[in-house]
Design a protein around this ligand. Structure first.
Ligand SMILES: O=P(O)(O)OC[C@H]1O[C@H](O[C@H]2O[C@H](CO)[C@@H](O)[C@H](O)[C@H]2O)[C@H](O)[C@@H](O)[C@@H]1O
Ligand SMILES: O=c1ccn([C@@H]2O[C@H](COP(=O)(O)OP(=O)(O)O)[C@@H](O)[C@H]2O)c(=O)[nH]1
Length: 465
């Protein structure tokens, strides 16, 4: 079997992969099985950073990482990736910074990553590149002469043609993607939007799952990412950290219904709109006062980016307003924490919460929705309320699906969840779990890898014959 080379902005962890979650476990498993290489940013900046990868062997695979200069980090990661592509691909043109300097820095850093990896490659490697940080990376490798199979998976949504067209270099970005052999998206809808752009904007030709354009052919397919469903359910039921967290949350809760939200602190997650919907619930359904308790974990993220800092201030204000208006000496309606919880503790928190509230305004997939369901007690499962704009909603129609912009609709959904019968909760839970088990993270990885192998085997055959 050929060696696997995984390329992603964040690398590892390897030893603690289980702690970091399904994606790290799935990638580490595949890398171990094939004696692979995981390549990306070291997480460090150094003003003397040069074109060099430090390589360490970690439990039958190798990690190769590159430092960035502070300027590269600013333009590539904070700038183009997180102030331009991230908001634009999540439909926030209003927050998108179209700065040429960022674009040029991004191109330079993609070229640097390619330049450093190229001499480390073997002729029979298979390369799997991840996410919006590396849209231009495959093309840089090809220009150096790389002929290996290269697949790309986009973890975030692919936007509608008119939205992408707002990006000054949209044509070059999409052209660059044709250097890959397989383009994987989270949902069929993302594939459809990509196809629409290529056919209508770039005059490409679609033929089944193939797209011909710019003199190249790529295969495009949806590979919805999953979680380690069995593993996570087992942690929620049996792990001692999960149990401790479960006890901590349920102690003192009495008959109150615990609502939980868990997100990175990101404007795409719709936390402000969620707070407003909760306020609406307390206003319009006075019977909920003292009867519900909402805990929102919003783990600080990308704090060097202005829009993230502004959002943090907004949420501080909204949460203070809700508690000031509705709280009492012996009841805090909303507990809002900016610190992250380890995944094992999260499993216990999910299980202790009768309602999981996942209402992003736009999200590639949203793994929290899947984890919440997997962590439930099958005998007495909680209810997932899920935004129609999360990629996960296409695989999870048995959740209570909501429009996150409609605060009254979300408040009503919370009431429906509070009063849902045990039988209905079980039926929804079983249907959701059936799919989560069948479409777990190992399945996602294997599907992508086998598609890439099949496509490139055909490519080799047709080149020879
Ligand atoms: O690396 P950061 O800048 O700290 O951000 C963390 C990750 O956020 C994004 O996650 C996405 O991938 C998830 C798994 O496929 C998906 O469920 C979610 O909807 C996406 O938003 C980002 O895409 C990752 O690259 C970041 O590492
Ligand atoms: O305090 C926290 C908050 C989140 N997570 C994990 O971070 C991931 C978030 O993934 P998701 O797809 O929901 O959103 P993203 O942050 O990748 O956009 C999930 O696996 C969560 O369990 C965590 O471990 N601790």
């Amino acid at each position: 079997m050929s060696r696997l080379v995984v390329v992603s902005n964040r690398v590892g962890p390897v030893k603690d992969a289980a702690r970091a979650g399904g994606l790290a476990v799935a990638l580490v498993d595949a890398l171990r099985a094939r004696g692979g290489l995981w390549y990306g940013w070291s997480g460090k900046t150094d003003k003397r950073a040069v074109d060099y990868a430090s390589i360490e062997d970690a439990e039958s695979l190798s990690l190769a990482t590159v430092d960035l200069t502070p300027e590269e980090y600013e333009d590539y990661y904070n700038g183009f990736a997180n102030r331009c592509l991230w908001p634009l691909f999540h439909y926030r043109i209003d927050l998108t910074a179209f700065d040429r300097r960022y674009y040029e820095g991004y191109r330079r850093v993609n070229a640097k990553f390619a330049r450093v990896l190229y001499p480390l490659l073997r002729a029979d490697d298979t390369i799997w590149v991840h996410d919006y940080h590396f849209l231009a990376f495959g093309n840089e490798l090809r220009q150096m002469g790389a002929e290996q199979p290269i697949g790309f998976f986009l973890h975030i949504p692919f936007p509608a043609r008119e939205v992408l067209a707002a990006l000054p270099h949209h044509d070059a970005m999409v052209r660059g993607l044709f250097a890959y052999d397989v383009l994987g998206f989270q949902t069929e809808q993302d594939c459809e939007r990509f196809r629409d752009y290529v056919v209508r904007e770039a005059h490409g030709i679609a033929n089944g799952d193939k797209l011909h354009c710019f003199g190249r052919t790529v295969t495009i397919r949806a590979f919805p990412i999953g979680i380690d469903t069995e593993g996570f359910a087992d942690i929620a039921a049996n792990d001692k950290d999960a149990r401790r967290q479960f006890d901590k949350v349920t102690k003192g809760l009495g008959d109150r219904t615990q609502i939980v939200g868990v997100d990175r602190l990101d404007y795409t997650k719709g936390i402000a709109e969620r707070f407003q919907a909760y306020e609406r619930l307390l206003q319009e359904y006075p019977d909920t006062r003292r009867e519900v308790s909402y805990l929102q974990i919003a783990a600080a993220s990308r704090g060097e980016v202005l829009e993230y800092r502004q959002m943090r201030e907004e949420l501080d204000g909204l949460s203070g307003h809700i508690n000031g208006t509705f709280g009492d000496f012996d009841w805090t309606p909303l507990r809002y924490l900016n610190k992250p919880l380890p995944r094992r503790a999260l499993a216990g928190l999910y299980r202790a919460s009768k309602i999981g509230l996942v209402t992003p305004l736009r999200d590639g997939m949203n793994l929290v929705a899947k984890e919440y369901v997997a962590a439930q007690d099958p005998e007495d499962p909680g209810v997932l309320i899920l935004s129609r704009f999360a990629g996960a909603s296409y695989q999870m129609p048995e959740a209570v699906i909501v429009n996150p912009y409609d605060s009254k609709g979300v408040a009503d959904a919370l009431q429906i969840a509070r009063y849902m019968s045990l039988q209905e909760r079980r039926e929804r839970f079983e249907a959701l779990m059936k799919r989560l088990r069948a479409e777990d993270v190992a399945q996602w990885r294997d599907d992508f890898m086998s598609t890439l192998a099949t496509v490139t085997r055909r490519r080799t055959i047709s080149a020879v014959s």
